[in-house]
Design a protein around this ligand. Structure first.
Ligand SMILES: [Zn+2]
Length: 448
């Protein structure tokens, strides 16, 4: 357990609905305070909060901290934490087909549970309060997220390559996840429909996904135009761009999240803007797998598209640290498009908070009265945070997840003074799962 603060208390055991008061923190560059009501919403800020501090049943000392909205990871494959560092520095297609897919074939439901628990732990430690997931055995992820206290949109990845029997199984997988999520009746957890990509799911199967997502008011979550290769493949096969194909199959709507979008042209950006779909930028994964083009942020911005930020899975990143991802996003945009003013710090923070919250429909992603209390306290007792000429600059360009001290989601404390209850057990069980996974794979001749 990481605990570098000598005056840390034990983790507080609070009843379900507790009013909280965060005293002496900094918000938007000024000394402030935050009052949280018993529904988990922000009741008052600054002077108003100070005047009403007696309403609070529990006080969090926010001195030497900077309060920022909880971060939202808009595209990941959470349980891939188990494959962190398993295969690096390879060509994308070989990495997928020779290393990742053969190992994934040996994952069991229990692995998904512990892999997701490990991901949730890392996300909380680095200030993420909500994420958008695409993987399999996702009912196990539902359980893990429910216990961790985070918010998530979870999905069963649909990959068919046109095989009808496979599609039947994927439909069952999706329907089963939807019913598991419904039975939980937890407002922090929702299901989505997740066709993997236009090059792995043909139009007739995309049509089912579009219809099902509209019928059940579910998000549609898909990879789009990550590599040039897949764009050319779709163009050759269907004589249209992947974005046009998504539009014609009904997949581009206001509840759609498109991950990557590296190889979009201007017309595609406009079309996405007209349909009101959302885009998830994955700068670290794109650089690591050398997609050879950065998502055209400026064109998407011109088209009015809501663009959020994401880490992608842990085997192509290799962390879930959204503070690091913000810096990577702004550096990649500036470097690739050769514009030193592109994606400034305020827009990077917006991308990692409000844009993601809007796309996932989890509140406003802002610290404001009436919003869910999704709050991260960053420690200012750190060389990288001193001086503080500009808090935004420090958050985006100098901070990393190691500076996250306390995390609240919907007004519930998930980490306090770097303490997360049950952390040691998650680390132990995830390590054990990986050892078992490697020995199962070795029995089938797969070398680690
Ligand atoms: Zn992905």
């Amino acid at each position: 357990m990481v605990q570098n603060n000598s005056d840390s208390e034990e983790f507080p055991v609070l009843k379900e609905k507790t009013t909280l008061y965060i005293k002496d923190t900094f918000l938007d560059g000024r000394p402030s305070a935050i009052l949280i009501d018993d529904t988990g919403s922000i009741a008052a800020l600054g002077e108003d909060a100070k005047q009403r501090k007696n309403e609070a049943e529990y006080i969090i000392d926010g001195s030497s901290t900077l309060a920022i909205p909880g971060l939202v990871n808009m595209h990941t494959h959470a349980a891939m934490t188990l494959l962190r560092g398993y295969a690096d520095d390879m060509h994308l297609q070989e990495w997928l087909t020779e290393k990742i897919w053969p190992m994934e074939a040996h994952l069991l439901p229990e692995d998904i549970y512990w892999g997701t628990k490990l991901a949730c732990l890392e996300m909380i430690q680095t200030g993420t309060i909500a994420f958008n997931d695409m993987y399999f055995y996702s009912d196990m992820a539902v359980q893990a997220v429910d216990e961790a206290g985070l918010k998530a949109v979870l999905s069963h990845a649909i990959i068919t390559f046109g095989d009808e029997d496979k599609m039947e199984k994927e439909i069952k997988g999706t329907e089963s996840l939807v019913s598991v999520v419904q039975s939980k009746n937890n407002p922090r957890i929702r299901a989505s429909v997740a066709p993997h990509a236009p090059y792995t799911v043909p139009p007739e199967h995309l049509e089912w996904c579009a219809e099902y997502s509209r019928e059940h008011d579910l998000m549609l979550h898909i990879h789009l135009s990550e590599t040039e290769h897949e764009v050319l493949e779709v163009l050759e096969k269907y004589q249209k761009s992947p974005t046009q194909l998504l539009d014609e199959t009904g997949c581009l709507h206001e509840n759609t999240v498109l991950a990557h979008c590296c190889w979009l042209n201007k017309d595609e950006c406009r079309l996405i803007g007209e349909r009101g779909s959302h885009v998830a930028h994955n700068p670290v994964s794109n650089m690591k797998l050398a997609t050879n083009r950065a998502m055209p942020y400026h064109w998407l911005q011109e088209a009015g598209v809501n663009v959020g930020l994401a880490t992608d899975g842990c085997s192509s990143n290799n962390s879930l640290d959204m503070l690091e991802e913000m810096k990577a996003a702004t550096l990649l945009q500036k470097f690739y498009w050769n514009q030193d003013t592109l994606l400034p710090a305020d827009e990077a923070l917006h991308m990692a908070t409000a844009a993601g919250a809007k796309a996932l429909r989890f509140g406003t992603g802002k610290i404001e009265t009436g919003a869910p209390a999704d709050i991260v306290l960053l420690s200012l007792n750190h060389p990288s945070m001193i001086p503080m000429h500009n808090p935004l600059s420090n958050i985006v360009y100098a901070a990393n997840g190691g500076m996250v001290k306390t995390v609240l989601c919907n007004g519930r404390i998930l980490m306090k003074d770097k303490i997360i209850p049950g952390e040691d057990n998650v680390l132990e069980m995830a390590t054990k799962c990986v050892a078992d996974l490697l020995s199962r794979a070795a029995e089938n001749g797969i070398k680690s």
